[in-house]
Design a protein around this ligand. Structure first.
Ligand SMILES: NCC(=O)CCC(=O)O
Length: 426
């Protein structure tokens, strides 16, 4: 038995499924999850000493790669001053100032510890602000694991074929209205019918939890104008896209000013940190100013804030995002070329430093199209790549991530591996 297999056996004794988050299990691709011992730059090493080029990056946060010296130094210095105070610190102000400077839609921001907390809190705030109960989400979008959002959700729910979680009271789910992503006609019809009861529309502005799906310009425009017209809030869930698709996030690329934004992953640089923020009049409804309660012992944790600040500093340097975007495009273009060359229904797409790989003839634009892709071929491709030293997300429904330390050589090696993998799975 390999060390990975031994660890997996051991893990399953006291940890359900052997993992602390379902997407880590190789539940849909099969086989043994890799147990990582170390990460450096663009690479990770598993318990058997195998090295992989890593395109998961802890599911998004590691935009400057593993163990970046600047991030480590900031974290170590902060840790030496104390792990947590449960009281305000100056560094929190710095991070809030920085986020508000980077995103014009943020007038005020509150720090929390996970993306789930950010979306859950933003929704409660939207409901408290509007005095309305209903929310609109889109099929295949994943906004963390708060009850009201686990309805027709993407990520692990889609991967494991259980898109609406058990344990969510029917009464809670009843206030979550779910529509197909990119369907303007249905969105207009819903607002026509129930517009005065809808507190908010929450959306992944590029869907990254059902692989990578782009919104159409009409869809983006409709979400903004309909919410505005009907007194509902538009929540851009940028936990994944924030500082990942660009320094001005998806909202910058769309030219949209949402009412509220949620952030996570990159803002914490690999530490548990997330945020939600937006219009000052809305944020003023939060306790201790207003009646909407939201709290956290570790919110704005100084060690996490240090990691976030150091990461944002690194990616704010001139040219960083241009290079990141170029490299990610190089990867997607190369994968598209291989699909054509080898005559396999296989293609890719990318936005900023985020990419999608599809075992399909062309890039899907909807949940229906993406779920019609060839999952069985993806699973074999995943394993072939893993054997060749490339770590992709173990699911046909998750986006991939490139970091600032993936070199042109890494991309080239990945494309070489993909050529051989595609030949195997053809
Ligand atoms: N798309 C998956 C995630 O973004 C979150 C990772 C997790 O659920 O562990």
């Amino acid at each position: 038995m390999s060390k990975n297999q031994q660890l997996f056996e051991r893990a399953q004794r006291h940890i359900p499924g052997g993992v602390n988050s379902p997407v880590r299990a190789f539940g849909s691709v099969g086989g043994t999850p890799r147990f990582f011992e170390r990460g450096q730059g663009a690479y990770v090493w598993d318990a058997d000493g195998q090295r992989y080029i890593d395109y998961v990056g802890s599911w998004g946060p590691l935009i400057v790669g593993h163990a970046h010296p600047d991030v480590l130094e900031a974290v170590q210095a902060a840790a030496a001053r104390g792990l947590s105070f449960g009281a305000p610190t100056e560094a929190e102000i710095e991070l809030a100032d920085r986020l508000c400077a980077l995103l014009p839609s943020l007038q005020q921001v509150r720090l929390v510890s996970s993306g789930t907390e950010a979306t859950m809190s933003a929704l409660r705030l939207a409901r408290g602000f509007t005095g309305r109960d209903k929310i609109v989400k889109f099929e295949g979008c994943y906004h963390g694991h708060a009850d009201s959002l686990l309805v027709k959700a993407g990520s692990g729910l889609l991967t494991f074929g259980n898109p609406s979680s058990a344990g969510v009271p029917a009464a809670v789910a009843a206030d979550t209205l779910v529509l197909p992503y990119n369907d303007v006609v249905q969105l207009e019809a819903l607002f026509e019918r129930l517009g005065d009861q809808i507190a908010a529309v929450i959306v992944e502005p590029f869907a990254g939890n059902m692989n990578l799906i782009r919104p159409s310009a009409e869809f983006v425009q409709a979400m903004r104008s309909l919410t505005e017209r009907h007194g509902a809030l538009l929540i851009y869930d940028e936990v994944m896209t924030g500082f990942r698709v660009g320094l001005d996030c998806a909202q910058g690329l769309h030219g949209v000013v949402p009412d509220l934004t949620t952030l996570g992953k990159v803002v914490g640089g690999g530490m548990p940190l997330a945020a939600f923020g937006g219009r000052a009049d809305v944020m003023a409804r939060l306790a201790p100013l207003g009646p909407v309660y939201q709290a956290g012992t570790l919110s704005g944790n100084p060690v996490a804030v240090a990691a976030g600040l150091a990461t944002l500093e690194l990616i704010s340097a001139p040219g960083v995002f241009a290079t990141l975007t170029e490299r990610t495009t190089l990867l997607a273009d190369g994968l598209n070329r291989l699909g054509r060359e080898l005559d396999v229904p296989f293609c890719a797409d990318s936005v900023g430093a985020m990419f999608g790989i599809y075992c399909a003839e062309r890039v899907p634009t909807s949940y229906a199209e993406v779920t019609a892709s060839n999952r069985e071929r993806f699973n074999r491709f995943f394993h072939a790549m893993l054997d060749l030293g490339v770590y992709l997300a173990p699911s046909a429904f998750e986006a991939g991530f490139v970091s600032t330390v993936h070199s042109d050589d890494d991309i080239e090696a990945t494309l070489e591996a993909a050529r051989s993998a595609l030949r195997q799975v053809k």
